[in-house]
Design a protein around this ligand. Structure first.
Ligand SMILES: [Zn+2]
Length: 378
């Protein structure tokens, strides 16, 4: 095993021997573990209780461990059909790489910057506050949240609440929050020579959501409208005529201010309200409960950060993984670093470095080693 991997594995093993992993219904879940090349290299594993799982983690210290959101009668059986599914949580997987962010076009998909992290956090808050609670009626206490360990969040609804959902219903939920098949023509009526009529704030579902979100953003000012995807010039006009615009929307009239290509315009705003979930075929955990997803409170082999559980929606709003999901100490260690970006971690900023021997806190050195941007000196 190369020197860097052996070094990290030892740290992972120490981390797991210091703490027990807690997980509801360990005995009914399937587990999969990964190596430094592959996130899930082996699956169909099962553990009889938390103790057995914790013992395995401190002994083997796999770079990744994932578990099923589904519960099975025989979680270790194979092929899949022999496991006999008996229930499962409903899980949403939000990842910054699915969000088409401008910063990612600049720094590439392998790197994670503070903009990536704050965007995906906003998306998670939006999923919970705008969809799961108001539209589906889930209670805050039924929803658990954890950081993914790299650049996303996992949001879960407890099994008792969703156990009766069929896979078709799960797909419908996922399509609803992704705004699949939605088009603005469904909410806006535009007859020739008549004003564009649209949803009111009190309307149920997507229409009301669009109206409320737009009015709330309008209240926040021009910058907020711009971040919603509206051109600055149009945003300024809308904001200047705020009272008129809001009065119109209250009565369903969305035509109080002239907007060129208004149907396309509002369609674009609507599209921006949808939740961008992972839709890569093999990764859609909402639709497929047999998919394996990172075990909360375990380490991520590409960062050395903890897939930390977050207590509440309120805690999520102030959660910064680069300070709160650190697994290792600040003990200084020397590495050869080749980092084309700035790294903000533990409240400080490091780099960029070009083939430079530097002394870094252990958590920063591990992060860079796992990103393939630092090595222990010869
Ligand atoms: Zn970024």
């Amino acid at each position: 095993m190369p020197k860097n991997e052996a070094f990290v594995k030892k740290l992972f093993s120490e981390f797991y021997s210091r703490r027990k992993v807690h997980l509801e219904r360990v005995e009914s879940r399937e587990f999969g573990v990964g190596n430094f090349e592959q996130k899930v290299a082996y699956r169909h594993m099962a553990f009889k209780d938390e103790e057995a799982l914790s013992a395995y983690l401190s002994m083997e210290a796999p770079p990744y461990i994932s578990c099923s959101s589904a519960y099975y009668k025989f979680p270790g059986a194979r092929p899949m059909e022999k496991k006999e599914i008996i229930g499962g949580e409903l899980v949403f997987d939000l990842d910054a790489t699915d969000m088409d962010l401008q910063c990612q076009k600049e720094h590439g998909k392998g790197w994670v910057c503070s903009e990536c992290l704050s965007s995906v956090k906003r998306e998670a808050i939006k999923l919970i506050e705008d969809f799961l609670i108001p539209d589906f009626g889930f209670g805050e206490k039924d929803i658990s949240i954890n950081f993914s360990g790299n650049r996303g969040y996992h949001v879960r609804i407890a099994d008792e609440i969703v156990s009766s959902l069929t896979s078709k219903q799960r797909i419908e939920i996922s399509n609803y929050i992704s705004g699949d098949g939605l088009s603005v023509e469904g909410f806006f009526v535009h007859a020739r020579g008549r004003p564009l009529m649209g949803p009111k704030e009190g309307d149920y579902g997507w229409g009301g959501k669009l109206a409320r979100r737009f009015v709330a953003t309008l209240e926040q000012g021009v910058d907020a409208l711009v971040s919603m995807g509206i051109e600055r010039k149009t945003a300024s006009i809308l904001y200047r005529k705020k009272v008129l615009v809001e009065m119109g929307i209250n009565t369903g009239n969305w035509d109080m201010v002239y907007i060129k290509n208004k149907v396309e315009f509002w369609n674009g705003i609507l599209a921006a309200q949808a939740i961008r979930q992972s839709d890569r075929i093999d990764k859609n955990v909402t639709n497929d409960p047999s998919h394996l997803i990172r075990l909360p409170d375990t380490l991520h082999g590409e960062t050395g950060l903890v897939a930390k559980r977050i207590k509440s929606l309120h805690d999520l709003s102030s959660f910064d993984p680069m300070t709160k999901a650190l697994a290792f100490s600040a003990k200084p260690i020397r590495v050869n670093a080749n980092v084309p970006h700035e790294l903000s971690i533990g409240g400080s900023t490091y780099g960029p470095y070009s083939d430079k021997l530097v002394e870094l806190p252990l958590y920063a050195a591990v992060y860079l080693m796992l990103k393939g941007m630092a090595e222990l000196p010869e």
